[in-house]
Design a protein around this ligand. Structure first.
Ligand SMILES: *Cc1c(COP(=O)(O)O)cnc(C)c1O
Length: 365
């Protein structure tokens, strides 16, 4: 399927941000977006990159009532010599399709998905910031658009991709976060949709997040729903602990999102000869390890920050510090290694980087 491109007239284009230190995250979007429609019996049709605009939806569009909405998040990076890279984009494509399947939504054609991201990022490449740690965030989304009330899988969908420049996550260096362990509220249940990137998971997480924020904590450390005993994730990131000389993370047992960064951390840590164990880890074990000194580090992993060190855990009215509230050495090492692979500053032994543009080799506009 050929993706048509309808360019925004130059006079309608937005002013690009001039100060890369003020980009923040998720507030600025570019001049164009990609969209493609789906109808049962017809499949995906009319793939188009067009001027960024508001969507038109019927008030009964099913995504607004029954929550068939899934998304992805990845980034494009400017490397040296004007090369543009994506990081493991096929993992995001596959995950989008497993999210689609779980919510009875149609799979997106993998080649069309990849082509759409490439074309849009290249068209908007002047929006990609060049400063250290900055990038262009890519947000693929799929929503149910059939105009009908009554719970059933929609027979019409819209898939779209928006992109926008985002700032460095740690412009002033790492700042370890403080986690609040929620024992009353859970993020996801086994058999539910916690293992896919569906919008409903985030709505379900807001209330506990607000409690944590009001108490002065940055993130919620989620426990399993059945026993409220085992650690699952932190905020919207996966969680790792260094206990003794092992890197420990909970297994993907149905309610945890299989993070691309999580997988990269595991692969890279093994490559660096660190012992990695995926096993259930109880909050009691974490607190005991913090008390007896064997808990050396804790950090979260996700596309936005890569690695986010955790300095404190609040559990049952007490605050426990990890590594005296400072960033651990393994967290820092993994962060630097992954970042350098993403920006093309280092070899890529695992073939994670996908070069989508090369200024030197391209004469096309
Ligand atoms: C997106 C997400 C992650 C991290 O996934 P990455 O692919 O590493 O960005 C972890 N947990 C939740 C709940 C998420 O939504």
């Amino acid at each position: 399927m050929e993706i048509k491109i309808k360019k925004a007239p130059l006079k309608n284009r937005k002013k690009k941000p001039s100060d890369e230190s003020k980009l923040g995250f998720g507030r600025i979007f570019t001049d164009h977006f990609f969209n493609v429609k789906y109808k049962e019996g017809k499949g995906w049709y009319d793939p188009l990159i067009e001027p960024y605009r508001k969507l038109q939806l019927d008030p009964t569009a099913m995504c607004l009532h029954y929550g068939q909405e899934i998304f992805e998040g990845l980034k494009a990076y400017y490397g040296q010599n004007g090369a543009i890279y994506l990081f493991r984009p096929h993992e995001n494509i596959k995950r989008m399709n497993s999210s689609a399947e779980r919510l009875c939504m149609p799979p997106m054609d993998e080649d069309l998905f990849m082509e759409a991201m490439k074309k849009l990022v290249i068209l908007e490449k002047d929006w990609i910031p060049r400063g250290a740690g900055t990038s262009m965030y890519i947000r693929p989304t799929m929503i149910a658009t059939e105009a009908a009330l009554g719970v059933h899988p929609s027979n019409e969908y819209l898939f779209f991709i928006v992109v926008g420049p985002v700032g460095a996550y740690y412009p002033q260096g790492f700042s370890p976060t403080k986690m609040y362990v929620s024992e009353e509220y859970v993020r996801a249940v086994r058999g539910g949709i916690g293992h896919v990137k569906a919008a409903g998971n985030y709505a379900a997480s807001l209330y506990a997040g607000r409690i944590a924020t009001n108490m002065g904590y940055t993130q919620v450390l989620w426990l399993d729903s059945a026993e409220k005993k085992y650690v699952e994730e932190v905020g919207t990131s996966n969680i790792f602990f260094v206990i003794g000389d092992e890197l420990v993370t909970p297994p993907l047992a149905g309610s945890i999102l299989p993070g691309v960064t999580r997988n990269s951390v595991i692969t890279l840590a093994k490559h660096l000869k660190t012992k990695v164990v995926e096993r259930p880890i109880s909050i009691d074990e974490v607190i005991a390890a913090s008390k007896n000194g064997s808990l050396k580090e804790a950090f979260a992993s996700g596309t936005a920050a890569i690695i986010s060190p955790v300095g404190h855990i609040h559990f049952r009215g007490k605050e426990h510090s990890i590594n005296k509230g400072k960033t651990g050495t393994l967290a820092e090492k993994l962060y630097n290694e992954i970042l350098q692979i993403q920006y093309g500053l280092k070899d890529d032994p695992f073939g994670w980087r996908v070069k989508i543009f090369d200024e030197k080799k391209t004469t096309k506009k």
